[in-house]
Design a protein around this ligand. Sequence first.
Ligand code: FES
Length: 652
Amino acid sequence: STDPLVIFTPSGKRGRFPVGTPILTAARQLGVDLDSVCGGRGICSKCQITPSYGEFPKHGVTVQADALSEWNAVEERYKSKRGLIDGRRLGCQAQVQGDVVIDVPPESQVHKQVVRKRAEARDITLNPSVHLHYVEVAEPDMHDPSGDLERLREALKAQWGLEGFEVSLPVLSRLQKALRKGEWKATCVIHKAPGSPVRLLDVHPGLYEGPLYGLAVDLGSTTIAAHLCDLATGEVVASSGVMNPQIRFGEDLMSRVSYSMMNAGGDAEMTAAVREGMNQLFADIAAEAGITEAQIVDAVFVCNPVMHHLFLGIDPYELGQAPFALATSEALRLSARDLGLTRLHPEARAYLLPCIAGHVGADAAAVALSEAPDKSEDLVLVVDVGTNAEILLGNREKVLACSSPTGPAFEGAQISSGQRAAPGAIERVQIDPVTKEPRFRVIGSDLWSDEEGFAASIATTGITGICGSGIIEMVAEMRMAGIVDAPGLIGSPEQTGTDRCFLDGRTYSYLVWDGSAEGGPVITVTNRDIREIQMAKAALYSGARLLMDKFGVDSVDRIVLAGAFGAHISPKHAMVLGMIPDCELAKVTSAGNAAGTGARIALLNTEARSEIEETVRRIHKIETAIEPRFQEHFVNASAIPNAVEPFPVLAR
Ligand code: FES
């Protein structure tokens, strides 16, 4: 054919089209990702493209200056009213005249890539659940009586190929006014995601260009954290967190389950508390971003099974006892309003990721979505460290999962000088193997405790305690300096050669910092603290080891530490402690809050929702409580680093 050749970049898609074909039409026929809200009417400018002129030996074409049609009236009007960047054209108006190379800039792509900072992380392809569709609706006619909704349906079908949609009564009740106000032009806010019927969330008179926002929420037992994302760009526009108000019913999950067992209506109280906390958080985050909450139309939630049930308003009773049956492990597609989230857009949708099993929740599914062990060539161990450790082990062949009850020691709880990570907390530690003297850093200062100016740098915060990552380094350093032996006993002053070890009841403790002269705390590590850490790390290690048994391997290729706290753990110290199996240190990486990232992926890409649902169906769940080998591993793993397992990496 002698029709002109149209080549799109960056996709490289090409095809021949008759003279006069609009670029938007060519793009659609070739499956090129070119956005449009107004359906080619020259009013939304989402379809902007950049034609290139000159010689293109790579593509084998020469583009003449008249390869596209002259500016027409619609395009001229848009440019004079709203402006267009030099060199840009509206793809729906510019027509093919000769061979042409067309660049689609990122902002004109529907499925643009959302950048993630980590090199090994999967990219997010934008494919949100909510889209805007501008339509022109036929006016009612005495001779052809039909309802406004029916004519809107016809318009959406003819102009956008949308076959039917559901509509709520409140939206329906606004329809007639909106259509007349917009003079039979309207923008429909359409929710479309796999597994849900297409839904009309709102009708705006005339052209409405948004913005539309979504929330990715990580509902933890201690904190609730949310990212507010612009659904058109994928950008995080604000992030915020609050303490989970359920803490007043119990610090850890099991105490909340028992609260609900022991108090009639206790579960309802906790449901109300978490929903209230969430509404407050959403108000804060919207205020921070300078938007109204009504612009938030979608929300994705990840959480552990107990939080999952309490958030949904389901009594977590069954999760407190074997066989730990969930009410459902399916992904849930709900209305945000039904979850008590009354401040968002009244038709806002909510999506909860699937749970993996009674003890392995939607948070673990979100970690799996973010870290994608099921797509990994090499065998990867993913550990989400928190009050419960969620552990995934796998590669493309299969993925195993379990959860292990590490308890709150890694968060600084149940440690004599322990505290949450906050200014004033010791977070980094080194102990001189000869003098046994500690040096450390506290959150809020960039200086080590023996550096010039340290005292001044902590003048406002003081030194208040040891946080979770600090206690891990502390115990590992004590072990390396010979202050603690492999079974976990702190030595006497004679054995260790330092007065920092002192008799404290029936065992010895190690003095880290004496701030009593300035009215501050005396910070010590007691033998009980060491025990707590031993139990926590043994639980984590034996969970991982059990999955390795089930997989039939003695080593893993790489380890990913996830969780807000995982981001701060030093891989070397974690290994000295025997928290994680032996692995090349360079192959131990931190994923930060991977569960939160998984929530963001599911928010921004609806296909990822079906993907993780499918992956979760294929994950094998291992219940640590009924595995005899778990106990065996646990006993061996309480020694530091381990009574029987070798750590060749540490021997080097
Ligand atoms: Fe809306 Fe071109 S598609 S301006």
